[in-house]
Design a protein around this ligand. Structure first.
Ligand code: IVH
Length: 665
């Protein structure tokens, strides 16, 4: 127990005091739970200074200390449904509830807790949580955060109120900040939480002012001169009226089943949210009940955090290989000791290119932190340098293509090294066949990687058109291919011939032509012939298509070989229904990216979204450089500000209605 305490204290210090964690949160949680279990089994050995009894580390000496009149508590965690059910049972037992208990459900934001003191409506002090009893005075820094009002709005404001909430860094800002740091040769932040903590704890508030921090309130501490409303939910409404931001993902649920649904729903939305969350917080909604239920030293008994499966884990790099892709790109790939992270087992992770591999300094034998967020491909966040062995060596990219032996080329100013051999390189043939038959392309059911590998190795297939010449005899001669599966594959190949123009274009594998671009091309040109003979100028008129894509498309159709393969595919019977050419009005909105924010009083967001989508526009949730229009309803906040700073066209609800009216004709 002593050893565990020492270890945890050290990690606490790394995390809270130095903003430099050495292990992922999941491993930290594991250590803490191990200690909690030991202490529960040996209560006589429990000591006041155990890390289970407090939240973080003491404040840095360089900031002034702030004593929290009411301690800033932490939250207990539930890692599965049973643990949540046990929590709910404890709550119900305490208040002898017969009916379901009402909980306020909100996202668990991944930032850091702050306390904001408003005296006569004016922000007079801001402090970090610190160890829960003593925090750091970060007033000057907090005043630079636009999301935090310097003065509360409204009437009948309390004499004194301490608002508590989370300061965090939205993902777009985090990425921009890191990009900027890397461009300037600096160090990047490991994750948004560290970036937020590092930014808030700058001694120079001018630096904090340049950092894209945000804030959501989730509770209150000291209150004087106000009778609090009856529920957490009503308190939130009050806070909103005073001008404080609250998460837009809050709901009230009764009973475990509804609570579970809310968890699932937030887990589903998580990859789409513009900020990071690591779980869901449940709080008994009614304040009178909260009081009856009470708290223990470190956490309330009326609240719990239900954590999402860990998104970051530690593992080892057992090797580094290079892969040759469909377009000849040579990509270094780290082979990992299998690790379960973010709900899947990860054994490979791309290192993207040589520069990226050098930047992260990943080497064989390293211990690394692997991350998988939502449906995003897994990545190596950082190397745990403390664990690097002294004899570790840099990995050098090969000079020859590992598959066909051609000399690798790397164009000046390009990050990607390529094998220039095109379809003379088997790796590229194999990848282009896989791409051609993939689900979003011609969708050949049952043509797995192993079969493609054999077909290419035996030179039975050199181009996609060869697929349609395969015979039952040829196929049943392959490994893992019985007569029945050979028959099925032939049927699937036959079926794949009925396709659509966008799928066909995507299947061709023109560089930089993904699903979306293929769609735009198909809609714009309406026929393969029109596209085949399109000039660069014509192509650049298509929404979504810039000079680079246009150049790739022209280059693709200029190659005799590609024209032959296309002709063979058509002769084999590949076909699609006619595409209706788009009217010029529709083109103007198609593929435009919209973000909706604030209250749309005339239409409602869902309806607005539906109409935009029916016009071919895209609707996303966060504002970026790619956003074409921001539709700002009433009470638009941070998104409006961001749009203005990026020069995105902002439409009022009236402008917006006029715009879609034009397009709906
Ligand atoms: S309530 C009375 N609500 O999680 C309970 N905390 O693990 C105290 N956090 O220190 C906090 N989102 O930094 C609460 N919606 C939320 C939260 C939240 C994130 C953080 C907060 C807290 C920590 C506890």
């Amino acid at each position: 127990m002593q050893q565990l305490r020492g270890e945890i204290n050290q990690h606490n210090q790394n995390y809270y005091q130095y903003d430099a964690p050495q292990i992922p949160d999941a491993n930290y949680d594991e250590l803490l739970r191990e200690l909690q279990a030991l202490e529960a089994a040996n209560p006589e050995l429990l000591s006041d200074d155990s890390p289970t009894q407090r939240v973080g580390s003491a404040a840095l000496a360089s900031f002034q200390q702030v004593q929290h009149q009411i301690p800033m508590l932490s939250l207990d965690n539930a890692f599965d449904d049973e643990e949540f059910a046990a929590f709910d049972k404890r709550v119900r037992d305490r208040i002898q509830a017969i009916d379901d208990v009402e909980y306020l459900v909100e996202p668990k934001l991944d930032g850091l807790a702050v306390s904001l003191l408003y005296q006569d409506a004016v922000l007079v002090q801001a402090a970090t949580r610190g160890d829960g009893k003593t925090g750091e005075n970060v007033t000057e820094n907090v005043k630079t955060i636009n999301a935090i009002p310097l003065r509360l709005k409204g009437v009948n404001l309390p004499k004194l109120i301490e608002v508590r909430g989370e300061v965090f860094m939205p993902l777009a800002g985090f990425e921009a900040l890191n990009k900027q740091a890397v461009d300037m040769g600096g160090k990047s932040f490991v994750n948004p939480r560290n970036a937020a903590a590092g930014s808030l704890r700058q001694l120079d508030s001018k630096i904090t002012a340049t950092r894209p921090l945000a804030f959501y309130a989730y509770g209150v501490g000291v209150v004087e001169g106000l009778v609090l409303p009856a529920t957490q939910k009503m308190l939130f409404e009050l806070l909103v009226n005073w001008g404080l931001p609250i998460s837009d993902q809050v709901s009230v649920e009764s009973g475990t089943e509804q609570c579970h649904k809310a968890y699932e729903s937030l887990a589903g939305k998580r990859p789409l949210l513009p900020y990071e969350i690591d779980g869901v917080v449940y709080k008994v909604n009614n304040f009178a009940l909260q009081e009856r239920i009470g708290f223990v030293s470190r956490a309330p008994r009326w609240a719990i955090a239900r954590k999402f499966p860990a998104q970051e884990k530690m593992t080892e790099v057992v090797g580094i290989d290079v892969q040759v892709g469909r377009t000849g790109a040579i990509t270094p790939v780290a082979r990992l000791a299998a690790v379960f992270v973010g709900g899947v087992t990860v054994t490979n992770v791309t290192l993207h290119n040589e520069d990226e591999m050098r930047r992260k300094d990943v080497r064989v034998g390293d211990t690394v932190i692997v991350r998988r967020a939502g449906d995003v491909i897994p990545e190596i966040v950082s190397v745990v340098m403390q664990r690097r062995s002294e004899d570790s060596a840099l990995f050098n990219m090969p000079l020859l293509c590992p598959v066909c032996g051609s000399a690798v080329e790397r164009a000046e100013g390009e990050a990607i090294a390529r094998c220039p051999a095109g379809l003379f390189c088997r790796a590229q043939v194999k990848e282009s066949i896989k791409h051609f038959s993939s689900r979003k392309a011609l969708d050949v059911d049952g043509l797995g990687d192993k079969i493609v590998e054999q077909l290419v190795a035996k030179e039975m297939v050199k181009t996609p058109a060869d697929l349609y010449r395969l015979t039952k005899e040829q196929l049943s001669g392959l490994e893992r291919m019985a007569e029945k599966s050979a028959n099925n594959l032939l049927l699937a190949l036959d079926k794949s011939k009925q396709t659509t123009l966008p799928k066909f274009l995507y299947a061709l594998g023109v560089r930089e032509v993904g699903e979306v671009t293929a769609n735009s091309l198909a809609t714009y040109f309406a026929s393969l012939e029109a596209l085949q003979y399109a000039s660069r100028e014509d192509l650049e008129k298509v929404p979504d298509v810039g000079p680079i894509v246009a150049q790739h498309v022209v280059a693709f159709f200029e190659l005799q070989h590609n024209q032959e393969v296309i002709a063979e595919l058509l002769t084999a019977g590949v076909q699609w229904p006619d595409v209706e050419a788009m009217s010029s009005v529709d083109q103007a909105l198609s593929a435009k990216v919209f973000v909706l924010t604030g209250t749309l009083s005339l239409m409602g967001r869902d309806q607005a979204k539906e109409i935009l989508r029916s016009l071919g526009a895209k609707v996303t949730s966060s504002v970026s450089k790619k956003t074409d229009y921001l539709v700002a309803g009433e009470e638009s906040g941070s998104k409006l500000k961001k749009a203005l700073s990026l020069g995105v066209t902002v439409l009022s609800e009236e402008d917006f209605l006029a715009l879609i009216k034009d397009h709906q004709g």
